[in-house]
Design a protein around this ligand. Structure first.
Ligand SMILES: Cc1ncc(COP(=O)(O)O)c(C=O)c1O
Length: 448
């Protein structure tokens, strides 16, 4: 990893910045009367009341900026003036989620008996809430630890035999590539790569490329939904329709999807969907979603089991067995409540409006190449760009040093995908995007 956190190949090494300084952290907890459960509940009720009044005051927000989002921004716990425009690896957590996390961790501190007596009961409520949030049935939702685990559960749990074919794109994340490589070595499955052109063209081209690669031996298409290298939002709905007509399953790697997009599993139609709600949704690191369509459940074996895997009906049989920090499950429920208070469609609109503003600003700079589509159906909160003659790492370092603004490098020179990747989450303002654009402009004009 290099100085300001840019690195070329390995997303798992992505740097982290921020966090509450110790002094402020203690102050924040003390503000909740030494972190009693009643005080934490009261803190959250106050926060939600303030969002409700903001919603009443600002029913329409045509412009992506303004008082509404300034207030929402204050509900995040950033250190100083940190401008966090990288939601890869992990994103930030808003206050109510942090409060809930503390509240439930406190149970283990004060009365561990309640960890197995009282906490497990509420977890099904979180599963229901998550199911509703993504338009799925509760028995299609498994609570995993992260996207990587969900992908492994699917790839490991399918009965595939020697000679069966899997289609992936040339833009997959190591968290999908690694398990497919293992499966291939272990079972003789053939992994075939479908090359997607850059710049991306459109729905037909993408779906057509996969359709053309299907043979009678193809069993599954495994594809990034939120493509981490280029920012493409793969048209999963159209892809699933085409694949299902040919009897092929679809696995979507949507590590960034939860909290960035207003998701509808029924409409998208894929069989398996893995996501990490701590990137864009504000949940704590270590809790994940694996959606398994009802019709696909008889094809998927669970992977990490104790007793009950053979009698449990529904996707909860895919939950990894063994103890876990239930506080994280509850905090996931709180993260969903937080986004629901703002409105998930409103969040998606804002994220896309900010991304469009960024692309507009960047496209005026000579030598800038944007790898992300402009079509809001094929793009959302991830934007990847490069500038002729300027190292991506230089841009990352410059804006970090000048504005305390965090973006990252992504992709590889050899594949022609090396770029600076920018996230435009709901708490970012157009002023901050202006800073980034100004920084890139300064580098181009003055070669600083
Ligand atoms: C497309 C994609 N898939 C998988 C992952 C791995 O996510 P996690 O480490 O949360 O499992 C990432 C990480 O950012 C990603 O961008």
């Amino acid at each position: 990893m290099k100085k300001n956190g840019h690195q070329l190949e390995h997303p798992q090494e992505e740097p982290l910045s921020g966090g509450l300084p110790r002094r402020d952290f203690v102050k924040y907890l003390l503000a909740g009367s030494a972190f009693s459960v009643a005080a934490l509940n009261k803190l959250n009720a106050g926060i939600y009341q303030s969002i409700t009044s903001l919603n009443q005051k600002y029913i329409e927000d045509i412009s992506p900026d303004g008082a509404y989002w300034d207030e929402v921004r204050k509900l995040f716990l950033f250190e100083g003036q940190l401008i966090m425009m990288n939601n890869g690896t992990v994103g930030p957590m808003p206050k109510p989620v942090f409060n809930t996390l503390m509240k439930y961790f406190k149970v283990q501190v004060q009365n561990p008996y309640d960890v197995y007596n009282f906490l497990p009961g509420g977890k099904e409520g979180v599963r229901d809430k998550l199911a509703q949030f993504i338009h799925a049935a509760s028995d299609e939702v498994s609570l995993t630890s992260n996207t990587t685990e969900g992908l492994n559960f699917v790839i490991n749990g399918l009965d595939l035999k020697e000679g069966d074919e899997v289609l992936i794109s040339n833009l997959e994340h190591p968290s999908a590539l690694g398990p497919w490589k293992l499966k291939s070595k272990r079972c003789g499955v053939i992994v075939k790569e479908v090359k997607l052109s850059l710049p991306h063209k459109g729905v037909e081209e993408i779906v057509g490329a996969f359709a053309a690669a299907i043979t009678p031996k193809t069993k599954i298409i495994s594809v990034g939904h939120t493509v981490f290298i280029t920012g493409l939002m793969t048209p999963i709905k159209e892809l699933s329709k085409m694949a299902h007509e040919k009897g092929v399953l679809v696995l979507a790697d949507s590590a960034h999807g939860l909290g960035m997009l207003s998701l509808n599993m029924k409409e998208m139609g894929m069989d398996f969907f893995a996501s990490s709600p701590y990137k864009w949704l504000g949940a704590p690191t270590g809790i994940g979603l694996l959606f398994v369509r009802k019709e696909a459940q008889d094809k998927l074996w669970p992977t990490v089991v104790a007793s009950g895997w053979d009698t449990t009906v529904g996707a909860s049989k895919y939950d990894p067995a063994g103890q876990r920090a239930d506080a994280m499950v509850y905090a996931l429920g709180e993260a969903i409540d937080f986004i629901n208070h703002i409105g998930k469609d409103r969040v998606e609109r804002r994220i896309k409006a900010l991304a469009a503003y960024l692309k507009q600003g960047l496209s005026k700079i000579p030598g800038v190449k944007i790898n992300t589509p402009t079509d809001p159906y094929l793009s959302a909160g991830l934007t990847a760009f490069s500038v002729d003659g300027i190292e991506c790492s230089k841009i990352v370092d410059y804006v970090r040093e000048k504005y305390n603004l965090v973006v990252r490098t992504i992709g590889s020179r050899d594949a022609g995908t090396l770029a600076v990747r920018v996230s435009t989450p709901l708490y970012i303002s157009t002023k901050e995007i202006d800073m980034l654009v100004e920084g890139v402009n300064a580098l181009v004009k003055h070669k600083v």
